[in-house]
Ligand binder design. Structure first.
Ligand SMILES: Nc1ncnc2c1ncn2[C@@H]1O[C@H](COP(=O)(O)OP(=O)(O)OP(=O)(O)O)[C@@H](O)[C@H]1O
Length: 367
């Protein structure tokens, strides 16, 4: 059985400081992987710990498969062990004096499961994480990645309805992290489990999540599919946190449905996408990802004169610094040839759907 998770207006105020969570609401349908992504201190771990029952919320409600498990307003607080969930943490949290099999069978010992059935469940969990051949090895004779697989097998062996993962890959070296990241999604999808996964790593979130929730200062800014988060970020913070972003300042001079015209100064005007409500004369910041700048390919109204300042050849792509509207911007061109010389003037085109205008709220702070 796999669960739906519903978090409604969750609030957590510790004894000191501003609220760690400040009105967070989201829903995870059965079988979906949702990743909470955000910088250190944004409240993602506290959210996860509230779902686990390890932290007592100050307000709001948490339901697992329709059953309210936390509701301070109604005096409900179901203890962690009665929530039917599995947890995987940053630290490997395996029993060092036991073998792989002994570690994985451990959670079943406290459940009414016969030996033959327990063995079958252990074999299945080990097969899922790719450790069948290591069953009788002491866990101390494993690599970090393998130990984390043991921890994963141990938390899925009893098939909890909900799996909570808090930065499970962050103690692994870079290469292993990439491998396990890819494997983890396959494993989770094979189990069909609902999962809530916490990370500050944007690439991890994109690979693992069916949906990503971006958090900042205790608030959930946007929850959407990875490509929507990347291609239609709700605000400048989300745009910056989820990928490289250039910014141009300007004033909105006209609106037309989902698009508008921005004056970038000196009469230079361009069409932009309006991702939230804005009106004429609003000061805006326009975000633009480096890969959406097409150098040397004039294309329609949004074509402007630019100059190539610098280039860094990177094999499968070339990174350029260009000057546009008196500002230094970063551009990336895919392909194995570096096509533009430093110092040349070249037209650049900026597709209007890739220029995202947001209300100018002053200097950006990244965390
Ligand atoms: N036990 C506590 N007492 C007081 N404040 C706390 C406590 N635990 C967390 N906080 C504060 O709550 C806020 C959110 O912390 P949380 O650990 O949820 O952030 P996070 O996004 O998971 O960060 P990280 O990636 O660094 O773990 C932070 O400002 C933190 O200092």
């Amino acid at each position: 059985m796999t669960a739906t998770l519903e978090v409604t207006e969750l609030r957590k105020q510790f004894a000191i400081g501003r609220p760690a969570i400040d009105g967070v609401s989201f829903m995870v349908p059965a079988g979906e992987i949702v990743v909470l992504l955000g910088p250190s201190g944004c409240g993602k771990t506290t959210t996860l710990r509230c779902v686990a029952g390890l932290e007592h919320p100050t307000g709001g409600e948490i339901s697992i498969s329709g059953r309210v498990v936390s509701s301070p307003g109604r005096g409900i607080l179901v203890p962690p062990r009665s929530r039917d969930l599995g947890m995987v943490f940053q630290s490997y949290a395996v029993w060092p004096h036991m073998t792989v099999r002994q570690n994985v069978v451990y959670p079943l010992k406290h459940r009414p499961i016969g030996r033959a059935e327990a063995n079958r469940m252990v074999e299945e969990a080990l097969a899922l994480v790719g450790l069948s051949e290591y069953a009788d090895r002491p866990v101390v004779a494993l690599s970090g990645g393998q130990m984390q697989r043991v921890a994963l097998a141990r938390s899925i062996v009893y098939r909890p309805q909900l799996l909570l993962l808090d930065e499970p890959l962050s103690n692994l070296d870079a290469k292993l992290r990439l491998r396990l990241r890819d494997d983890l999604r396959v494993i989770l999808k094979q189990t069909g489990m609902t999962a809530l996964y916490v990370t500050h790593d944007q690439a991890e979130a994109v690979v693992l999540g069916d949906r990503i929730g971006v958090m900042r200062d205790g608030r959930l800014l946007q929850m959407d599919k990875p490509d929507t988060i990347y291609n239609r970020p709700a605000d400048l913070f989300v745009a910056n946190f989820t990928g490289a972003t250039n910014e141009l300042a300007g004033t909105l001079v006209a609106c037309n449905g989902g698009y508008g015209v921005v004056d970038f100064g000196d009469g230079r005007q361009g069409e932009v996408a309006l991702l939230h409500a804005l009106g004429p004369d609003d000061k805006v910041r326009v975000a633009l990802r480096p890969e959406n700048i097409a150098i040397g390919r004039p294309d329609g109204a949004n074509t402007f004169a630019a100059k190539v300042l610098d280039r860094r050849y990177q094999g499968t792509q070339t990174a350029y610094s260009i000057e546009l509207f008196g500002k230094r911007l970063e551009a990336i061109e895919l392909g194995t040839a570096a096509r533009h010389q430093v110092g040349v003037e070249a037209p650049v085109s900026l597709p209007r759907e890739c220029l995202w205008a947001y209300r100018d709220r002053g200097p950006l702070s990244h965390d």
